[in-house]
Design a protein around this ligand. Sequence first.
Ligand code: NAI
Length: 337
Amino acid sequence: MVKVAVLGAAGGIGQPLSLLLKINPKISELSLFDVVNVPGVGADLSHINSDSTTSSHLPSSREDKTALASALKGADLVVIPAGVPRKPGMTRDDLFNINAGIVKSLAEGIAENAPNAFVLIISNPVNSTVPIVAETFKKAGIYDPKKLFGVTTLDIVRANTFISQLYPKETKPSDFNIAVVGGHSGETIVPLYSLGNSGSYLEKLSEEDKKKLINRVQFGGDEVVQAKNGAGSATLSMAYAGYRLAESILKAVDGSSGITECAFVDLDNTAIKGAKEAKELVGLGFFSLPVVLGPGGAEEVKYDVLEKASAEEKKLLEVAKEQLAKNIEKGVAFSKQ
Ligand code: NAI
């Protein structure tokens, strides 16, 4: 019996993500929470003849905390795509002022009502919202770093697609599983194309094309923001990516071994194997790295990718670290206010 709650379920990401979760046979109860429109989304999804039940939770006022509590009670996994998305010209950091408060209040709700749940943060800026959730959980005394994940999966999904598009005859996107490390915005996103089976394809590119490819992964979200022309950012590809991470976690919880996904996790703890060594290499409390998943969540971070990265990638990592440090600090400072 697995209960999954989606907070922000009526949004652009929330709706397709909920649809995918609705058809996952491992999920027995899908619980949808939003501050608008969620009864309609829930009624619609509830007609699907998969075996899970669907419930919708809409607060009656800003002060009403009972809807969030009932959405979260007993949840095993919580996904958060709540908040505002970018418009053209905005960076993810521009969303901080609105989304930081939303994520903090939802984290307080989780601490109170679902303290043992796996928590997946989609709301941007992920580089800051994940530290906010960690601090909120610490304050509540329920923090388990192995269960908190910043969702950077879309960067991996894009990295796989974009390199394959350069070699349409020889490759398919599914041939790749690029390690994308660092954070989740612009230059904090570092795809390690030199590693694994993408290495030989990367080598065949000119220096200029290599730069273009990396830049496309780092700023791929902007392509969608511009194409949507004011109507938001990536929602469908993001729902797919968020679902991929949720599905992998559910599989690992169910006993599948050897599942690894990149995610933005806490390195400031000894609960996750390799976190201490990774922290020594990057000097930051949070970083996205390949994470080995197990029944307890993030079992191990694979920091060896940082050592194996090419000289060019190591330079990109330095740039990423500098920005990421500020983003993390901003989140920590906010939650201590
Ligand atoms: P959206 O505006 O379509 O949906 C957001 C939903 O959150 C709305 O339904 C809204 O009512 C709801 N919401 C607002 N305050 C809430 C609260 N206090 N509690 C519960 N729900 C609340 O936005 P969209 O496109 O779904 O994006 C959501 C977030 O995901 C944004 O912050 C966006 O930047 C982020 N995002 C993250 C990505 C990633 O790779 N991690 C990729 C794309 C977007």
